[in-house]
Structures are given as structure tokens and as C-alpha cells.
Write a protein that binds this ligand. Structure first.
Ligand code: AMP
Length: 190
């Protein structure tokens, strides 16, 4: 199968071609069409399988075709700074021909640059839980317009004790939204 058959916007296909991806990985060809329908999806996928692009591409597509709205419209939550940055890197690389703004939020660095970026308005946030909650508690983020919520490496989040934070984050989100869970394993709690 090629990327052309997945139903993605031509501007995303151009970005994919620029990156040199020739065909979708198995998790991409299974998850992308499902996510594009707007359904909730739980996908079992290890790191290295192309799982990041499996959620980034359909998120970009859905936000693009619905036109400009008040953000943040998509939120990706991941257990580590590296993963939060990896999703933001994919977003930047794949959205070369798309006008959407992203912002990575993680701890261990001064908060001010992130606050500034949030004030200017963002469409997509890729974050670790603790710093995200700091911003929410300080009134820097309102989730009223949120459309898509992603939990990346959900089993690792569970192992690292992030479940209470994740529950708190979810309590701030609008009840009507698309939920995507990516996890190497799918324990019962997930
Ligand atoms: P991930 O599983 O998301 O950590 O991705 C692993 C690596 O595979 C990343 O370096 C991606 O840039 C790369 N990648 C993702 N999708 C594809 C694809 N369809 N073809 C080739 N490389 C890809």
C-alpha cells in the first residue's frame, strides 16, 4: 500500500514525500484511516514502528480540513521530554505545507518561553503531564476548543506513576472529543 490510498490531504502527502517515506508502516496503514473517521482508537505499537506519524498525520489532516478555530485543538501527552519533542519534530517536519502551530511543553526548563508561545496561540500541544498541569493551574491554557486528545506510550505513563496527573488533565478537557491511545502493551488499566 502507498500513502496515496490513506485519504490524507495532498499537502501532507507532499510533506511525506519530502521526508523520503515511501510507504506506510503497518501501524500507519491500520490506524490512519480509523483516526480520519473521527473514532476513538487504541493502538498497540512499539517505539520504532512509525507510531508517531500514525497519529500526527491524521491529526494534521483533521485540523486542516476543518479550518481555523480557537486552539489548542489537539493535545498529545507523553511520559518524557524526549517523546514530547519527538512528536513536535514530526509535526514540524510533516506540516511543512500546512498552516498549523505547535508547541512542546515539558519540565526542567524555564517556563517563560512556553508561556509566551501559548499566549501567541497554538493549534497543537505536545506535553509531559507535570509541566502541562503547571500551565493549566496558572491559567495559561484553556481547553474549551480541544478536539483531539492523544496518550502516547500510555503503558509507560502508568509505570511512571502518571495516572493521577493524566486523570486530572482529562478532567479539564471537553467531554466531546476524539481519544487516541498508543501503547506498547495494553494492560487492563489502560
Ligand atoms: P516512531 O515509531 O514514531 O518512533 O518512528 C520511528 C522512526 O521511523 C522515525 O525516525 C520516523 O521518522 C521513521 N518513520 C516513520 N514512518 C515512516 C515511514 N512510513 N517510512 C519510513 N520511515 C518512517
Amino acid at each position: 500500500m502507498s500513502f496515496d490510498g490513506l485519504g490524507l490531504h495532498p499537502n501532507l502527502l507532499k510533506g511525506i514525500r519530502d521526508l523520503g517515506y515511501t510507504r506506510p508502516t503497518p501501524v500507519q496503514s491500520e490506524a490512519i484511516p480509523q483516526i480520519l473517521t473521527g473514532r476513538d482508537v487504541i493502538a498497540s505499537a512499539q517505539t520504532g514502528t512509525g507510531k508517531t506519524a500514525a497519529f500526527v498525520l491524521p491529526i494534521l489532516h483533521r485540523l486542516m480540513i476543518e479550518g481555523k478555530k480557537r486552539g489548542p485543538r489537539a493535545l498529545i501527552v507523553a511520559p518524557t521530554r524526549e517523546l514530547a519533542l519527538q512528536s513536535m519534530d514530526h509535526l514540524k517536519n510533516l506540516s511543512r505545507y500546512v498552516h498549523l502551530k505547535g508547541c512542546a511543553i515539558f519540565g526542567g526548563v524555564p517556563i517563560n518561553a512556553q508561556t509566551q508561545a501559548l499566549r501567541q496561540g497554538v493549534d497543537i500541544i505536545s506535553a509531559t503531564p507535570g509541566r502541562l498541569l503547571d500551565h493549566v493551574n496558572q491559567g495559561h491554557i484553556q481547553f474549551g476548543g480541544l478536539e483531539i486528545f492523544v496518550l502516547d506510550e500510555a503503558d509507560r505513563m502508568l509505570d511512571m506513576g502518571f495516572l493521577p496527573d493524566v486523570k486530572k488533565i482529562i478532567s479539564y478537557l471537553p467531554p466531546r472529543r476524539q481519544n487516541l491511545v498508543f501503547s506498547a502493551t495494553i494492560p487492563v488499566e489502560i
